[in-house]
Design a protein around this ligand. Structure first.
Ligand SMILES: Cc1cc2nc3c(=O)[nH]c(=O)nc-3n(C[C@H](O)[C@H](O)[C@H](O)COP(=O)(O)OP(=O)(O)OC[C@H]3O[C@@H](n4cnc5c(N)ncnc54)[C@H](O)[C@@H]3O)c2cc1C
Length: 313
């Protein structure tokens, strides 16, 4: 699709990325869907090629590129298959929290790995009992000296099986009123004792995007892992969910375009009754155009639909 906000440089970048994905992702995608995982080796290749977290400033190993480059990456990954969506979540949903609200120490510690593919990220908001009603989460993080102790469970977490670093929404003040003021966001490195992964969940699609349950049992993380200020986690999520919605919309638009392209290609090559099935629609139109009276009216209606639609024959 043509975008008014993309320049010749973005399109040049798209061509190089598409070539890369045609060689290194598309031929393996069906295997990844069966194995239910985009392998870490591919994440590393994305990092080597500069396709992870393009918006991260150069000081932390990134390219400091504008969001147009992210949009191109989301679109081209979606063209390979919807199972690649975990990479977009890392690039444009989780890492932006670190950029926007992280301390300098947190950024220096984790951003270079996010750019290189050595660190895969996830965000854990949803719980078995709280999805849309995010303020209703029950997971707690109690302060104990220089640590937070996390207890609770998360579900439906994208990149959950492979993630090295998870941004976890938890209640640091379970008594807060209103409840959303008691929510904070805390980074958990997945090697931390007390953290464990549950099942990789079966889904109707996006099989290679690993979606998992996560468990936290007396999981002690340094207090320095708090993102931004205590009690402001809900506010940060409301802010960043805007870009998440945009990312999902870009991927959905691309998925529809690909579906349409494939349908057009199919109806042109698929033959029935001696000709491509796309020709039958045309014949139908011609037939109705010749009908008299009321039927001609119906034909006009159909012709309008045809003219306003996609010419497939
Ligand atoms: C493939 C996939 C990946 C995901 N990845 C992540 C992730 O990485 N991290 C994460 O934290 N979560 C993730 N999620 C979870 C996702 O954010 C939740 O599924 C979503 O927030 C909805 O929550 P729920 O499933 O509990 O549905 P519910 O909140 O139980 O909603 C069920 C239905 O009720 C409707 N509903 C709810 N409230 C209202 C209302 N007030 N008025 C009218 N209708 C209402 C909803 O629209 C929905 O149709 C993922 C989910 C999927 C399927």
């Amino acid at each position: 699709m043509q975008h008014p906000y993309l320049t010749a440089e973005h399109e040049q970048f798209r061509r190089a990325l598409r070539r890369f994905l045609e060689q290194e992702a598309a031929p393996h995608f069906e295997t990844w869907e069966q194995e239910r995982r985009v392998p870490r080796s591919f994440w590393k290749r994305m990092g080597e090629m500069g396709y992870l977290c393009p918006g991260v400033p150069e000081a932390y190993g990134g390219a400091g590129a504008d969001f147009g480059y992210s949009a191109v990456i989301i679109e081209e990954l979606e063209r390979v298959g919807s199972g690649m969506v975990g990479i977009g979540l890392h690039n444009d949903i989780v890492v932006p929290y670190l950029l926007a609200y992280g301390t300098e120490e947190q950024r220096r510690r984790w951003l270079p790995g996010c750019v290189s593919g050595d660190i895969i990220t996830a965000i854990a908001m949803t719980e078995p009992g709280a999805g849309s009603d995010l303020a209703g989460i029950r997971m707690t993080a109690s302060r104990d000296g220089n640590h937070y102790v996390l207890n609770g469970q998360k579900t439906f977490i994208t990149n959950g099986i492979q993630a090295d670093l998870v941004l976890v929404a938890c209640k640091t003040d379970p008594q807060a009123n209103p409840p959303h003021r008691g929510i904070s966001l805390i980074w958990v490195e997945t090697g931390t004792p007390g953290f464990s992964r549950g099942r990789q969940l079966n889904k109707v699609g996006q099989h290679s995007q690993d979606t998992a349950e996560l468990f936290f049992e007396d999981c002690r993380v340094p207090a320095a892992n708090l993102l931004g200020e205590e009690g402001r986690g809900f506010e940060y999520m409301m802010e960043k969910l805007q870009q998440e919605r945009l990312v999902v919309a870009i991927a959905a638009q691309t998925a529809m375009e690909v579906a349409l392209e494939k349908t057009i290609e199919y109806v042109k090559q698929r033959k029935a009754f001696g000709q491509p099935i796309s020709r039958h629609q045309r014949d139908h139109e011609d037939h109705h155009r010749e009908e008299p009276g009321a039927v001609r009216g119906a034909g006009r209606h159909r012709r309008e639909r045809w003219d306003g639609g996609w010419r497939v024959a």
